[in-house]
Design a protein around this ligand. Structure first.
Ligand code: UDP
Ligand code: MG
Length: 313
């Protein structure tokens, strides 16, 4: 018999947490009945009744644990808190909205115990029910990321995965403040098997990810796992210097050899100054992005602050 921890980050999920618990429990009463579940719900500073639902659930079921954050720290922090407090031999991470079907758990468990893998990850092969523009930018992000960073990111990869104790311990060793889990999972290595499934729509409630939030998330991912933008800025800087040098030589030669003077050039000068000014601002911005992340890391603030939990230490 193994103990399997189920880590669930929840932000304003009062409508679905109980549903998720019941659906997952059905699996533990049938296909996985020889194994003991441990649920760790992380309430990420919800503003609805998620916390009271969790309190009730944990009173009714002794294998339900919860942690409640003092404010919204984000899904990445919630995942970290969940993994940190999970005590199972195998640990699964799952969204609260049933978009990660619990029915896949038995197959995942079979693979991880019988084959030589430390992580069974999932990716959705369709994005049915998602706005096309969102799918387009998501695809663009994944292909860009796989080109400019060392970690391998799979298109459509979800955070839904089953991991061994060893794998989770490796993840927990990465204590960085700016957590981009999809990258961290890849960074630690080990053998990962990918299961594919069709997209499932949210059981109830709404997605927490606006377009702007996703855009910020992808920028965070790039800054955390790639130095490509920095190299690119330097590269463009060098190219511009070469072009400027050639232009200077050209103007000198034209003046000295052919006697064509360089007067009346001010409109082109203005354009060039604006172009270079713009590029400088852009690259200072890129630099600032990295600096701000480094600044947050140096402060060594905790990844999350818990205000209430029922975990005995
Ligand atoms: N979530 C969280 N904190 C946040 C935003 C989301 O813990 O600040 C949780 C949310 O409750 C859900 C999971 O992360 O369990 C995925 O969120 P959602 O379903 O809104 O994202 P989507 O599936 O639309 O990408
Ligand atoms: Mg969802």
């Amino acid at each position: 018999m193994s103990k399997i921890s189920i880590v669930v980050p929840c932000y304003n999920e009062e409508k679905v947490v109980r549903l998720l618990f019941e659906e997952t429990n059905k699996i533990f009463e049938s296909e996985l009945k020889e194994h003991e579940p441990e649920y760790i719900f992380v309430d990420d500073g919800s503003k609805d009744d998620t916390l009271s639902v969790l309190r009730k659930l944990s009173k009714e079921n002794k294998n339900v644990k919860y942690i409640s954050f003092s404010r919204n720290f984000g899904k990445e922090a919630a995942l970290y808190a969940g993994l940190e407090n999970a005590t199972g031999d195998y640990i699964a991470v799952m969204d609260a909205d049933l978009q990660d079907p619990p029915s896949l758990l038995p197959d995942m468990f079979k693979s991880i115990t019988t084959e030589d893998y430390d992580c069974i990850a999932t990716r959705r092969v369709t994005r049915k029910g998602e706005p096309p523009i969102r799918s387009f930018f998501a695809k663009l992000f994944y292909s860009l990321m796989s080109k400019i960073s060392d970690v391998e990111l799979k298109d459509g990869a979800r955070d839904f995965r089953l991991m061994t104790r060893k794998y989770v311990d490796a993840i927990l060793k990465l204590k960085e403040y700016n957590r981009f889990s999809k990258g961290l999972f890849g960074w630690v290595g080990f053998n990962t098997k990918w299961l594919e499934f069709e997209n499932v729509e949210r059981a109830a409630g709404e997605t927490k990810w606006s377009f702007w939030k996703l855009f910020k998330y992808s920028l965070d991912g790039i800054v955390a796992f790639s130095s490509f933008p920095l190299y690119l800025s330097s590269f463009i800087g060098v190219i511009m210097c070469i072009i400027a040098f050639l232009a200077i030589v050209f103007i000198f030669v034209r003046q000295l050899v052919f006697g064509i003077d360089a007067a009346y050039g001010w409109p082109s000068l203005v354009c060039i100054i604006i172009l270079i000014g713009g590029l400088l601002m852009l690259f200072i911005g890129v630099l600032g992005l990295y600096l701000s992340k480094a600044y947050l890391e140096i402060k060594q603030r905790p990844i999350y602050i818990s205000k209430e939990d029922n975990i005995k230490k």
